[in-house]
Design a protein around this ligand. Structure first.
Ligand SMILES: [Mg+2]
Length: 489
């Protein structure tokens, strides 16, 4: 039993259902839009009277449906529905990245220029309905790893380009949802077990540049990290108040306050560094302490301005830099600002540069690889061996299945690395990653700014989870050297 009233001892194979007889529907229907589609107590799988699983705990898939919907940028994406024989339904919508890693799994787009400029996903929808669905018919939905393995085999390409990474990840996520609904568990318990109670510290992207905006900033994301808050709910308040203070400051100085794809502001500042200074000012304006309460994180997404063995800071007029010069520029910022994390500070081909970068900055800072690893264990194992970074960004659609994503996280854990579960710039109202971040227990999530409902939906889902966990909920800083950050306060 737990304080939050959720029956414990259930794993995702549904083997043990300790205390299940105490459950009520309100305990188990997640308080989110997806609840409409997740109906517990489906006939034939569970006896409420006895409080034990029925003899046959398999939950076979009846069919899989998919449709073309739009993402937050108005581009087509997929929504996949997995329907079980017992009537249980699991749905998932697929995110899509703008700044994609060179080696990440490939989305299948129709290329028919007469529809959505070629970005339609009807072919991926067809692959779900006509190829994947029939192959998975009758499979037990609780066997996620086996199903994901079948998906990978069925596709047969290293980059998932035959069936489409978008088709495959949609099915994999919807399978997890259907299995959690069949087991009558919230998704984070289904995927993480009853010990999943750590809420993630959010990295909130409040100033955008690079390929996420059309302004003078070379670096893609300037994020606030409310790691000093006592709870996730308070962290969200710290973030939202800082966001509003930042908006007021930008407005008062005549900068535009329009937002980019992930909800961050995209002002034409005089330099990349000016973005850090403005954010510090905004944190102070709220009465919070920069560093102790709210730290900074950067995602320069340097692959976007890498080329010919160097880095061109063309948007800001910052000139050309070598990898060493860029690392030294970051180091000077780290001395001036309470930065706790730098992601993709160099390009995805620059392994040598990353080794030096992490050697110089990694003792105090979280150095995250995103484009470098694309959530792929092949690249991650090289990164671990070469000390290229000390953390990884984790995106389900970069690799293609829930199981492979969990394998990448397991590799990070084994290496003692941090990992950050992340959204994409093209998102939907689906909150899968909120539950996934809690299930994986890494204590970090990156899911955008403090506006735009496709971002806020994830934060709101985390509020629900924290409330549901009650006194079991944990919120703690994942950063290795909080004392260094405190010096900046
Ligand atoms: Mg990135």
């Amino acid at each position: 039993m737990t304080e939050c009233g959720i029956a414990v001892g259930l794993n995702h194979a549904g083997k043990q259902m300790v205390g299940a007889g105490r459950m009520s529907a309100s305990d188990l229907i997640p308080l989110q839009p997806w609840a409409t589609y997740i109906r517990p107590y489906s006939a034939g799988t569970f006896s409420r009277q006895q409080g034990t699983p029925s003899a046959a705990m398999t939950n076979p898939i009846k069919f899989i449906d998919a449709m073309e919907i739009l993402d937050s940028r108005g581009n087509p994406t997929l929504r996949v529905t997995v329907v079980l024989v017992n009537g249980t339904i699991g749905m998932a919508s697929v995110p899509s990245g703008a700044s994609t890693g060179r080696f990440e799994a490939r989305e299948l787009r129709d290329g028919d220029i007469s529809r959505y400029g070629g970005k339609g996903v009807r072919s991926a929808v067809r692959n779900v309905v006509e190829v994947i669905g029939p192959r998975l018919h009758g499979q037990d939905v609780s066997r996620q790893a086996e199903i994901d393995h079948l998906l990978v085999q069925l596709d047969g390409t290293p980059d998932r380009s035959r069936l489409g990474a978008n088709a495959i990840v949609g099915v994999s996520m919807a399978v997890a949802r259907a299995a959690s609904a069949a087991a009558r568990l919230p998704l984070y318990v289904h995927l993480g077990g009853s010990s999943a109670c750590r809420l993630p510290v959010p990295m909130m992207n409040v100033i955008n540049g690079g390929s996420h905006a059309d302004n003078t900033l070379d670096f893609q994301e300037f994020m606030i990290v409310p790691h000093g808050a006592p709870t996730f709910a308070e962290a969200l308040r710290y973030g939202a108040e800082t966001f509003h203070a930042l908006k007021a400051i930008l407005k008062s100085r005549g900068f535009r306050t329009a937002v980019g794809d992930e909800g961050g502001f995209a002002p034409d500042l005089e330099s990349n560094e000016a973005a850090c200074a403005l954010i510090i000012e905004a944190i102070r304006a709220t009465g919070l302490k920069p560093g102790t309460d709210v730290a900074l994180a950067l995602d320069p997404a340097a692959s976007a301005f890498a080329g010919d063995g160097g880095y061109e800071l063309a948007r800001s007029g910052g000139g050309r830099k070598t990898a060493s010069e860029l690392t030294k520029l970051y180091r000077s910022w780290v001395h001036a600002y309470p930065i706790v994390s730098i992601e993709d500070g160099l390009g995805d081909q620059d392994w040598e540069g990353f080794r030096e970068h992490t050697a110089l900055l990694g003792a105090d800072l979280q150095i995250v690889g995103d484009d470098l690893y694309v959530t792929n264990t092949q690249f991650l194992s090289r990164g671990i061996k070469e000390h290229a970074t000390n953390a990884a960004l984790i995106k389900l659609n970069q690799i293609g299945t829930v199981t492979e994503t969990i394998e990448a996280i397991a590799m990070c854990r084994d290496a003692g690395w941090n990992y950050v579960v992340s959204h994409r710039s093209g998102e939907t109202e689906d909150t899968f990653i909120a539950d996934f971040a809690v299930a994986m227990g890494g204590g970090q999530i990156k899911t955008g700014s403090l506006c735009r409902s496709e971002r806020i939906a994830k934060y709101n889902r985390l509020l629900e989870i924290e409330r549901e966990l009650g006194s079991r909920a944990i919120y703690s800083s994942p950063f290795r050297n909080p004392m260094r950050v405190a010096l900046h306060s």
